[in-house]
Design a protein around this ligand. Structure first.
Ligand code: PNS
Length: 170
């Protein structure tokens, strides 16, 4: 092992969790900002078996790795189970979440308080860049499915994959 951890220095770690079906420019903005604040940012693609995604978890991970590679300190993984267990297993003390609008706040506050009560993990809220305050993966998929242009809302590779997948589905 080389680097700060080999010298006994603890790396500051945070996690950006989500479904990322697929990752949008809004997600990417939060991950990029978190990557400047922490030594290592774990992106956790949370598996929800009751929700059929447009992309498989493996595809989502591959897309996220591709678009976050340039940051140099982002690790992309999946997790089936509680987010607090993902954090415990990796010694991650902080969850970083984007807040788009007041409408996000109620549920995000509940999750933050639940997670803190379960394990002591902290949640830090980052205000979403106003350019992306309306943006969600669901909305992007809906607009794209009806032929709307969402190319400015996704990384180019993700946009290409979305157009391809929607065409396959017919
Ligand atoms: O991108 P999403 O779907 O809005 O992300 C929500 C997500 C996956 C971050 C949240 O549902 C979650 O943390 N799920 C993992 C299971 C869990 O820990 N549930 C208890 C939350 S208090």
């Amino acid at each position: 092992m080389t680097g700060p951890e080999s010298e006994g220095l603890q790396l500051r770690r945070a996690v950006c969790p989500g479904s990322f079906d697929p990752i949008t420019n809004g997600h990417l903005d939060i991950i990029a900002r978190a990557s400047k604040l922490y030594d290592v940012v774990h992106v956790a693609v949370m598996i929800n078996k009751s929700k059929q995604g447009l992309f498989t978890v493996a595809e989502r991970i591959e897309m996220i790795r591709e678009v976050t590679g340039e940051y140099g300190n982002v690790v992309v993984e999946s997790h089936h189970g509680l987010l607090v267990d993902f954090c415990k297993e990796r010694d991650i003390p902080a969850i970083v979440k984007g807040l788009r609008a007041v409408s996000d706040f109620d549920y995000e506050l509940q999750m933050a308080q639940m997670n803190n009560g379960l394990s002591g993990v902290e949640t830090l809220f980052v205000p979403t860049n106003p350019t992306y305050s309306f943006l969600s993966s669901s909305l992007v998929k809906e607009v794209a499915a009806w032929g709307g242009d969402v190319s400015h809302l996704l990384p180019a590779t993700v946009h290409r994959a979305l157009v391809r997948r929607l065409a396959e589905k017919g």
